[in-house]
Design a protein around this ligand. Structure first.
Ligand SMILES: *[C@@H]1O[C@H](CO)[C@@H](O)[C@H](O)[C@H]1NC(C)=O
Ligand SMILES: *[C@@H]1O[C@H](CO)[C@@H](O)[C@H](O)[C@H]1NC(C)=O
Ligand SMILES: *[C@@H]1O[C@H](CO)[C@@H](O)[C@H](O)[C@H]1NC(C)=O
Ligand SMILES: *[C@@H]1O[C@H](CO)[C@@H](O)[C@H](O)[C@H]1NC(C)=O
Ligand SMILES: *[C@@H]1O[C@H](CO)[C@@H](O)[C@H](O)[C@H]1NC(C)=O
Ligand SMILES: *[C@@H]1O[C@H](CO)[C@@H](O)[C@H](O)[C@H]1NC(C)=O
Ligand SMILES: *[C@@H]1O[C@H](CO)[C@@H](O)[C@H](O)[C@H]1NC(C)=O
Length: 464
C-alpha cells in the first residue's frame, strides 16, 4: 500500500514538471493595500488630521495585506522563481503613488525574504529589490482612465445618455439628493458618488464612527452605486471602443511580452513581470479581456496571467484572479470564446479588437460635432470583425432590430453578445421591469451587466 502511494506521489510530481505544460512567464497586476481615504466630504467629522499619514496613504493593514500576497506568490511559484533574488527574473513597475510604491515594497518583502548569503544585515529579514516607475503625467500603462483622450471623453458623455444610466439617475434621484444634503458636497451623481462611499468605507474599516444618516441600508446602496461607477468607466456602453483607448494599452504590452517569450529564440531569463497599481487598472484590464465581474477589486487583489508551454511546444495563456485571501486558490477566469487554458494564438485573436493600433489617432476619432448614428455604425464595423459573419448586412439588420425594439443601446458589442443581451433583457423586461421596484430593477440591470460577461450564461443564452 505504502509503495503504491509512493508511486502515485512520484507520478504526480513527474506529471507536474514534465506533463502537459510548463510555466514560462507570469504577469501579476495588483491593487495597493488598505489605505486612508483620498479625501473627506465637507461635513465629515474625520478630516485629514484623523489619519496618521494623511489622505491616500498605505496603512499598516495594507502593508500586511501585501506581505501576505508576496508570500502567497512565493508559495505558488516556488520552483519556478529562484529562491534567492535574481535580478534577471523579475521586473517590477509601479505607478508613481506612495501607496502603490509602498505596496510593491511590502509585497517583495514577502516574495524575496533574504536567506543565507543574501542576508546583508544580521536580524534584518529584508533586502532591497528595485521598483521602477514613471511620473504620473507620463503614465500610459497603469493609470486608467487616461483622461487626455477626447474620444474617450465623448464615449463617457454618451454613456451618461444611455437608458441604463438615465434610469439609474432617476431611480436614485432622492437618494443622491439626500447624500448631497448630508455630506455638503456640491453635487452628487451616479458617476461621482463612489467617492462618498470610499471615504465612509475607509472610516468604517478603521473603527471610526459614521454619521447617523449612514445606516447599513445607505451603505449598501452606496456600495451598489459605487460598483456601477466602476462598470461605466470601461463598460456598459461601447466596451470595446473604451477598452481600445484604456485597458487595451496594458493588454497590448502583456501580449507583446508573452509573444517575445514564446518566440523561437527567447532571450533572457525573465520569469515575472509585476505591476503595482489601482482598482481601476484591474477593471480596465478585466473589461479589455471581457471578464469583469462588476465589482470594485478589493485591496491587494491580484490579477495573474500565466504563459505556459504545452508538451507539443505550443503556448497557452491562463488567467486567475485572487480577490480574496481567505479563498485558497485564485479564481480561474476564462475569456469568452476560449477555454481557461487558451492557446496564445487564439487569445491574441480574441482580444485583437481591443488593442489600439494608434492610440493618439484613435483618441481624435469621432470627436467632431456632427453625430449621425449611421456614420458611427460604419466606423464600428471597420474597427472589428465580430465573431463569425463578415456580412455587414446581417450585422446591421441585427443592430437595427434590437435598436428598434428599444431594448439595448450597446452597439459596440459583438453579434453573439448582442443576441445574448437581447435574450436576457427580454427575460428581464417581461417579468421584472414593469413592476419598477427599485430593488428588482437594480438586480435586473446588474444581471444584465454580469450576464453579458459570464461565458456560461453566454453559451446558454446563445445556444441556438
Ligand atoms: C535557507 O537556506 C537553507 C540552506 O541554505 C535552507 O535549509 C532553508 O530552508 C532556507 N530557509 C528558507 C526560509 O528558505
Ligand atoms: C462632454 O460633455 C461636457 C458637458 O456635458 C462637455 O463640456 C464636453 O465638451 C463633452 N466632451 C466631449 C469630448 O464631447
Ligand atoms: C428605463 O426605464 C424605462 C421606463 O422608465 C423603461 O421603459 C426602459 O426599458 C428602461 N431601460 C433600461 C435599459 O432598463
Ligand atoms: C438639507 O435639507 C434641509 C431640510 O430640507 C435644509 O434645511 C438644509 O438647508 C439642506 N442642506 C443642504 C446643505 O442642502
Ligand atoms: C514588455 O514589452 C514591452 C513592449 O515590447 C517592452 O517595452 C518591455 O521592456 C517588456 N517588458 C519586459 C519586462 O521585458
Ligand atoms: C471575486 O471574484 C469572483 C469571480 O469573479 C467573484 O465571484 C467573487 O464574488 C469576488 N469576491 C470578491 C470579494 O470580490
Ligand atoms: C498542443 O497541446 C495543447 C494542450 O494539450 C492543445 O490544446 C493544442 O491544440 C496543441 N497544439 C498543437 C499545435 O497540436
Amino acid at each position: 500500500m505504502a509503495s503504491y502511494l509512493l508511486v502515485l506521489l512520484l507520478l504526480c510530481i513527474l506529471g507536474q514538471s514534465f506533463g502537459q505544460s510548463q510555466l514560462k512567464l507570469v504577469t501579476v497586476l495588483y491593487r495597493h493595500g488598505d489605505r486612508s481615504p483620498v479625501k473627506a466630504f465637507p461635513t465629515d467629522p474625520h478630516q485629514e488630521s484623523a489619519w496618521p499619514q494623511g489622505f491616500g496613504q498605505l496603512t499598516q493593514e495594507g502593508m500586511r495585506q501585501h506581505l501576505e500576497l508576496g508570500q502567497f506568490l512565493r508559495r505558488r511559484y516556488q520552483g519556478f522563481l529562484s529562491e534567492p533574488y535574481t535580478r534577471y527574473e523579475i521586473a517590477v513597475r509601479s505607478t508613481d503613488y506612495d501607496r502603490t510604491l509602498m505596496s510593491a515594497e511590502s509585497n517583495l518583502a514577502g516574495l524575496y525574504p533574504p536567506n543565507g548569503s543574501q542576508v546583508f544585515h544580521p536580524g534584518l529579514n529584508w533586502q532591497p529589490i528595485p521598483i521602477h516607475t514613471v511620473p504620473q503625467d507620463q503614465e500610459r500603462l497603469l493609470s486608467f482612465p487616461l483622461s487626455n483622450c477626447a474620444y474617450y471623453q465623448r464615449l463617457m458623455n454618451e454613456t451618461e445618455k444611455t437608458e441604463l444610466f438615465i434610469n439609474m439617475t432617476k431611480t436614485y434621484a432622492d437618494f443622491l439628493e439626500m447624500v448631497r444634503n448630508k455630506t455638503g458636497v456640491e453635487s452628487t451623481t451616479i458617476a461621482s458618488i463612489w467617492s462618498i462611499h470610499d471615504t465612509l468605507f475607509c472610516e468604517e474599516k478603521h473603527g471610526m464612527t459614521l454619521p447617523d444618516w449612514v445606516t447599513p441600508d445607505v451603505m449598501s446602496t452606496l456600495q451598489f452605486l459605487k460598483n456601477f461607477g466602476f462598470q461605466i468607466l470601461f463598460g456598459v456602453h461601447k466596451r470595446v471602443e473604451k477598452s481600445r483607448l484604456q485597458g487595451g494599452l496594458l493588454l497590448d504590452q502583456i501580449i507583446k511580452n508573452f509573444t517575445t517569450v514564446s518566440s523561437l529564440k527567447p532571450n533572457g531569463q525573465l520569469k515575472m513581470i509585476m505591476y503595482s497599481a489601482h482598482d481601476t487598472t484591474i477593471v480596465a484590464l478585466h473589461e479589455a479581456l471581457n471578464v469583469f465581474n462588476g465589482l470594485q477589486p478589493p485591496y491587494a487583489s491580484c490579477h495573474i496571467m500565466e504563459l505556459h508551454q504545452d508538451s507539443n511546444g505550443s503556448f497557452s495563456v491562463e488567467i486567475f484572479y485572487r480577490n480574496d485571501s481567505s479563498v485558497a486558490e485564485p479564481y480561474p477566469l476564462t475569456i469568452p470564446g476560449c477555454a481557461h487554458h487558451c492557446s496564445l494564438e487564439e487569445f491574441i485573436k480574441l482580444t485583437q479588437s481591443v488593442i489600439p493600433t494608434d492610440w493618439d489617432k484613435e483618441c481624435m476619432m469621432n470627436t467632431g460635432s456632427t453625430d449621425t448614428g449611421a456614420g458611427e455604425e460604419a466606423e464600428i464595423f471597420q474597427w472589428r470583425n465580430p465573431l463569425g459573419t463578415r456580412d455587414s448586412h446581417v450585422k446591421r439588420a441585427w443592430l437595427r432590430q434590437i435598436e428598434q425594439e428599444g431594448r439595448v443601446s450597446i452597439r459596440g458589442e459583438s453579434l453573439k453578445q448582442l443576441r445574448c443581451c437581447d435574450c436576457i433583457l427580454s427575460q428581464c423586461s417581461a417579468d421584472v421591469l414593469p413592476r419598477r421596484s427599485a430593488r428588482i430593477f437594480r438586480q435586473c440591470s446588474a444581471y444584465h451587466h454580469l450576464y453579458l460577461r459570464s461565458s456560461s450564461t453566454h453559451h446558454q443564452c446563445c445556444a441556438d
